[in-house]
Design a protein around this ligand. Structure first.
Ligand code: MSP
Length: 619
């Protein structure tokens, strides 16, 4: 049964060029859109850019350009990547477009007229990097940068008013938040009272945003602006039929990092504006590099354009879709990328095409033979094809994209096995008719497998279908026409030389620099040495008691050859305060001091002058 299918990606911040994490969500939306189009659904696939707010303003300032100019220069980078990744989006929205500004103001006015926006004065700690007020506790955690005390009049959205309605909606609509562990996470969050949402920023602090329609000394908080993009693109307020046709959407695809904004802010905003809620918000996991999320700020991101350049677009799409279990995190490594490429694409898929086409070329003058009548072995392949088609349909509807791909590959592996068992290269010598039947069956199975992989790899699958001279998208057995001529072709996925790749990566790793955020992870702080003593049985070690602000700590350090106990006391040194505690010769040590050393010489890093107290951050 076909219907309409509206799917969205988050709109991405234009503070830097797109990376593999952005590419992932967009490819996922593309793959789902293509599956649904292939099934006859009327699809609307939306992606775009989030261009307002502090992050973008700061990125522009850094480059010394106006925010709008910055956005105009960044947008083509995303478009270029989507083009290279063969993204088939139907619309591309930028929040600086007039069509969007109008809708945001329209919805804000509606919410205001409903009495859901009020003015209040707020005094609190504000983190510039996070663009929000933070609690005292958060400020103390040391995880936030650029904290200022601010007193401000602002506008607040009565989010709290909709708390119960939201809980009820989540409970009544099991598909609303997926996967289920994310739903539980949000229900857990909603057990505590929900606050109201500050939805304005005074222009004195942030000018880069959409004016509040009821007070133009303020711009709209970037999330209140950004989320609305999903309805702007449907034609809300401009083309009623189009809006009614597409909204609510079937899927908002998001990363787990933006779950609360999508499942709490957004639905309550819609409730207040009297609009239907999206059917499903689906949160996927993160691409990790080692233990950490790949992100711009960590600088550990893979540039998708480099990968495409090197291996082609389809292997990149394939890897990202196959490797991540939807909803969980996945580790991106070049090693696993190359492994998948060689085993799944070059060996299983590529080999089947090259075997089938070579044998047909050699023994049947490149003309697809007539299968005549199936034997048992062919019946098995045929029914396996039919089952796989059905299975893929079900898996895609359950958002199990990686399983759908794996099932298709299993089917292709099964056809390779069938070829080995039937050995048409031998069979052709005794029984050409049977060899023809085997080759037809393998080619037809390859056609069906290829069609099933088309949404994932639209480019190389087209190449296979052209080689097989197979037109159309019919998934029924028998679509391949005997008597048509095969095309000559180059290898589908040439194998990658693993050794060469590893050498290249090692070189790249050596060049690697760290970002300011990597550095900040170190937790360097000033510390005053208040007493020092020897560690029994260890000539080189001292046990130091140090003061870090109000906190007293003990660290063990191998500096006994370089300093006497007396000269240490009173020194203001620098320590790595967040080092995992360790026992050195059985003595507890919580931190590490910094010193410079050359051969046998060693000097402590000490703080110059007496202006700095202990426990201060060191940059
Ligand atoms: N602008 C907001 C979203 C507003 S939507 C109304 C934003 N933008 S972002 O540029 O930071 O992109 C966030 C999205 O990019 C994530 O939700 C996720 O879809 C994707 N990813 C970014 N890094 C990622 C990984 N390391 N792994 C997987 N996806 C990641 O937040």
């Amino acid at each position: 049964m076909s219907g309409k299918f509206y799917i969205t990606t988050p709109i991405y911040y234009v503070n830097d060029k797109p990376h593999i994490g952005h590419a992932y969500t967009t490819i996922l939306a593309d793959v789902l859109s293509r599956y649904h189009r292939a099934e006859g659904d009327d699809v609307f696939f939306l992606t775009g850019l989030d261009e307002h707010g502090q992050k973008v303003q700061q990125a522009a300032e850094k480059r010394n350009v106006e925010p709008k100019q910055h956005c105009d220069e960044m947008a083509p980078r995303f478009l270029e990547l989507w083009d290279k990744l063969h993204i088939s989006n139907d619309d591309f929205i930028r929040t600086t477009e007039q069509r969007h500004i109008k809708v945001v103001q329209n919805i804000l006015q509606t919410v205001y007229d409903n009495g859901d926006i009020y003015e209040d004065e707020y005094v609190g700690l504000y983190s510039i990097s996070e663009e929000r007020f933070i609690t005292e506790k958060e400020a103390e955690s040391g995880e936030f940068r650029d904290i200022k005390k601010l007193k401000e009049k602002n506008y607040f959205f009565r989010m709290s008013k909709y708390q119960q309605a939201l809980i009820d909606h989540i409970n009544d609509n099991p598909a609303f938040i997926q996967p289920v562990h994310r739903k539980n996470e949000i229900l857990g969050f909603l057990r505590k009272p929900l606050g109201d949402l500050c939805i304005s920023r005074p222009k004195t602090r942030l000018a880069w945003g959409i004016d509040l329609p009821f007070d133009n000394d303020y711009v709209t908080y970037v999330w209140f602006d950004a989320l609305i993009n999903y309805v702007t693109a449907t034609g809300y307020g401009v083309d009623e039929d189009s809006y009614k046709k597409w909204w609510p959407c079937e899927y908002h695809l998001i990363g787990k990092d933006i779950l609360t904004t999508h499942t709490v802010y957004w639905p309550t905003m819609l409730m207040s504006a009297n609009m239907p809620l999206p059917k499903t918000i689906f949160a996927h996991g993160w691409w990790l590099s080692g233990e950490s999320k790949m992100s711009k700020s960590l600088g550990n991101v893979v540039n998708p354009l480099d990968l495409i350049e090197e291996y082609g677009v389809d292997p990149v799409r394939y890897y990202l879709m196959r490797e991540m279990v939807l909803g969980q995190d996945a580790n991106f490594t070049m090693e696993s990328f190359i492994k998948r490429y060689n085993s799944d694409l070059a060996n299983d898929f590529g080999n089947l095409l090259s075997r089938v086409s070579k044998l047909i070329e050699k023994n049947f003058d490149g003309i697809i033979p007539n299968p005549l009548k199936n034997s048992d072995a062919e019946n098995i392949i045929q029914s396996s094809a039919e089952k796989t088609v059905e299975l893929i349909h079900n898996l895609i509807h359950k958002m199990k994209v990686n399983d759908a791909i794996e099932e298709t590959m299993q089917f292709i592996r099964g056809v390779n096995k069938y070829m080995e068992q039937q050995a048409p290269w031998k069979l052709v010598k005794e029984d050409k008719e049977s060899a023809g039947r085997v080759l037809y069956t393998a080619a037809e199975a390859l056609r069906i497998g290829t069609l099933l992989l088309t949404p994932v790899m639209p480019h190389r699958t087209e190449f296979v279908l052209e080689t097989l001279n197979a037109k159309g998208t019919d998934l029924h057995w028998g679509g391949l026409k005997p008597g048509t001529k095969l095309k000559q072709h180059s290898p589908l996925f040439p194998r990658v030389n693993v050794k060469k790749e590893t050498q290249k990566q090692t070189k790249q790793l050596k060049k690697k620099t760290i970002t300011i955020e990597d550095f900040e992870k170190l937790g360097l702080k000033t510390a005053e040495i208040i007493s020092a003593e020897k560690v029994e049985g260890a000539d080189k070690l001292y046990k130091l008691q140090i003061l870090l602000g109000d906190e007293k700590r003990q660290i063990v350090s191998g500096i006994a050859d370089h300093y006497s106990l007396d000269e240490l006391v009173g020194k203001m040194i620098v320590v790595v305060s967040n080092l995992e505690p360790a026992a050195i010769r059985g003595v507890e040590s919580k931190g590490m001091l910094l010193a410079a050393s050359r051969k046998k010489e060693l000097s402590l890093i000490v703080i110059d002058g007496d202006k700095i107290e202990s426990g201060e951050k060191v940059y």
